[in-house]
Design a protein around this ligand. Structure first.
Ligand SMILES: Cc1cc2nc3c(=O)[nH]c(=O)nc-3n(C[C@H](O)[C@H](O)[C@H](O)COP(=O)(O)OP(=O)(O)OC[C@H]3O[C@@H](n4cnc5c(N)ncnc54)[C@H](O)[C@@H]3O)c2cc1C
Length: 388
C-alpha cells in the first residue's frame, strides 16, 4: 500500500509518462512484429510493474486493489498487449500463491515474481473445459518414491496467456478422480523446467499482437508435493475463483483505460476532421456518440473504484467484481465501435490505430469469464442472497 498520497500521485504520474513516451510510440511496431521489445520489458521490471500487488516484504509494491485499479486506468491508455505481459502475473498468475500459498511457497516464489525474473501464467482452461471450468480433466495423481512425495500430472491446458514466456504456471488439476466437480480440483505451482511440459505453438489471434497464448501439455509431469498450493487437496477451484474475482476488477480497470484512450482519440479526430464546412464534432449525431461514450466510461470508472475500495475494506465483492467486468468490457466494446464510426473510413484502415483497438478489446468480453458467465454469477449471487 502506498500510504502517502503524494507518493501515489508521483507513481501514477511516472506510469502515465511511461505509457505516453515509451509505449504509445511503440504500439505499431509491437503490432507489426508481434513482440514487445526487450528494453521495454526491462523498463517495466525496473518500474516494479511485475510486483505491483506483491507485498513489500517480498520485494513488490504491495498496492491495494484501489491503487492497482488506478495504475490499470493509466496502463489501459495504450495497446493492451503491454499490460498482458506483466498484468497476467499481477492479475492472475501470482495471486493463487499470494492468496492461498503456504509461507514456504510465498518465500520461494513471490520475490522472483515481484522482480519479473519469473513470469507467471494461470492455467485453468482446457479444450473441453472453458466456461464450465470445474469440469476440467487434467489430473494429478499423488505418488511417492525414493525422491519423495510428488504428483504425476497429465492433461492439456488451452489459451494460456504468456505460456511461451512463463517461468511458472499456477495449474488447476483434478486430484480426486471420483469427484468430477469443483471439490476434486487442487492448485499447484509448476515450474517451467519441470520435465513433461510442452508448450504448443503460439495461437494466431484476432488482436493483442505482442501478447501470446498457447496450449500447455503435461505428460507424466512430476510436480513436488510441496508445490500443492496451501498444502491441501480439493481447494484449487476455490483458489481459482478467488484469483478470478480479483482479476475481474483488474480487467475492468484496463477496459476503462482503453476506452478513455479511444474516446480521447475520437474526440481529437472529430474536432479536426471537417465535412460540410465544419468540424464533424459540431454535428449533434456525432456529439451523441461522444456523450454516450463519456457517460459509460465514467460509470465504469466509478464502479471499478467502488468495488476495489470495498474489496480493500474486506467485503465480499464477488457480485460487484462480475458487475464491473461485465459492464466495463461491454462498454469498452461499444466505445470501440463508436470510435471506429467517428473516424469513418479512417477508422477501418490501419493508419490511426483505432481498428487495432477495436480488435484488441474484443477479448475483454471473453476471457476471465465471458459476459454470459458474469451474468450467471451475478444472478446466482442475487438469488442466493434473497433466499438466505
Ligand atoms: C486470448 C485469450 C487468452 C486467454 N487466457 C487464459 C489464461 O491465461 N488462462 C486460462 O485458464 N484461460 C485463458 N483463456 C480462456 C478463456 O478464459 C476462455 O476462452 C473463456 O473462459 C471461455 O471459454 P471457451 O473459450 O471454452 O468458450 P465456451 O465455454 O465454449 O463458451 C462458448 C459460448 O457459450 C457461452 N456459454 C457457455 N456456457 C454458458 C452458460 N452456462 N450459459 C450461457 N452461455 C454460456 C459462452 O458465454 C460463449 O459465448 C484465454 C482465452 C483467450 C482467447
Amino acid at each position: 500500500m502506498i500510504r502517502d498520497p503524494d507518493t501515489l500521485a508521483a507513481f501514477l504520474d511516472s506510469v502515465r509518462r511511461f505509457v505516453k513516451e515509451r509505449l504509445v510510440p511503440a504500439e505499431n511496431t509491437v503490432a507489426d512484429t508481434d513482440e514487445i521489445p526487450e528494453d521495454i520489458v526491462a523498463d517495466m521490471k525496473a518500474m516494479g510493474l511485475f510486483g505491483l500487488t506483491i507485498p513489500e516484504s517480498y520485494g513488490g509494491l504491495g498496492l491495494t486493489m484501489e491503487e492497482e485499479a488506478l495504475v490499470m486506468f493509466e496502463m489501459g491508455r495504450t495497446s493492451p498487449a503491454f499490460r498482458s505481459l506483466f498484468g497476467t502475473t499481477v492479475g492472475i498468475g501470482s495471486q493463487g500463491i499470494l492468496i492461498d500459498g503456504t509461507p514456504a511457497q510465498k518465500d520461494k516464489y513471490l520475490p522472483l515474481l515481484a522482480s519479473g525474473e519469473l513470469i507467471a501464467s494461470f492455467a485453468l482452461t482446457e479444450p473441453e473445459a472453458g466456461s464450465d471450468a470445474a469440469s476440467l480433466r487434467t489430473n494429478a495423481r499423488r505418488a511417492s518414491d525414493e525422491h519423495g512425495e510428488h504428483y504425476i500430472v497429465n492433461g492439456t491446458k488451452r489459451f494460456i496467456t504468456n505460456a511461451p514466456h512463463a517461468g511458472l504456471f499456477t495449474l488447476m488439476a483434478r486430484t480426486d478422480l471420483n469427484n468430477k466437480g469443483a471439490g476434486g480440483v487442487s492448485a499447484f505451482i509448476v515450474e517451467r523446467g519441470t520435465p513433461g511440459i510442452t508448450i504448443g505453438k503460439p495461437d494466431r489471434k484476432m488482436g493483442q499482437r505482442g501478447a501470446h497464448t498457447a496450449d500447455v501439455i503435461f505428460e507424466n509431469c512430476r510436480v513436488p508435493a510441496a508445490n500443492l498450493i496451501g498444502g491441501k487437496e480439493g481447494l484449487g477451484f476455490k483458489t481459482a475463483m478467488k484469483v478470478l474475482e480479483k482479476g475481474r476488477i483488474h480487467i475492468a480497470a484496463i477496459c476503462v483505460g482503453v476506452a478513455e484512450r479511444m474516446l480521447e482519440d475520437a474526440l481529437a479526430y472529430a474536432m479536426e476532421r471537417k465535412q460540410f464546412g465544419q468540424p464533424i464534432a459540431e454535428f449533434q449525431l456525432v456529439q451523441a456518440m461522444l456523450a454516450e461514450s463519456k457517460m459509460e466510461v465514467y460509470a465504469a470508472r466509478c464502479m471499478v473504484v467502488d468495488a476495489a475500495r470495498r474489496r480493500d475494506a474486506g467485503e465480499n465483492v464477488a457480485t460487484e467484481a462480475s458487475c464491473c467486468k461485465l459492464f466495463a468490457s461491454e462498454m469498452c466494446g461499444r466505445v470501440a465501435d463508436r470510435a471506429v464510426q467517428i473516424f469513418g473510413g479512417s477508422g477501418y484502415v490501419a493508419d490511426h490505430g483505432i481498428e487495432r483497438f477495436y480488435r484488441d478489446v474484443r477479448l475483454f468480453r471473453i476471457y476471465e469469464g465471458t459476459s454470459q458467465i458474469q451474468q450467471l454469477v451475478i444472478a446466482r449471487n442475487m438469488i442466493r442472497e434473497a433466499t438466505r
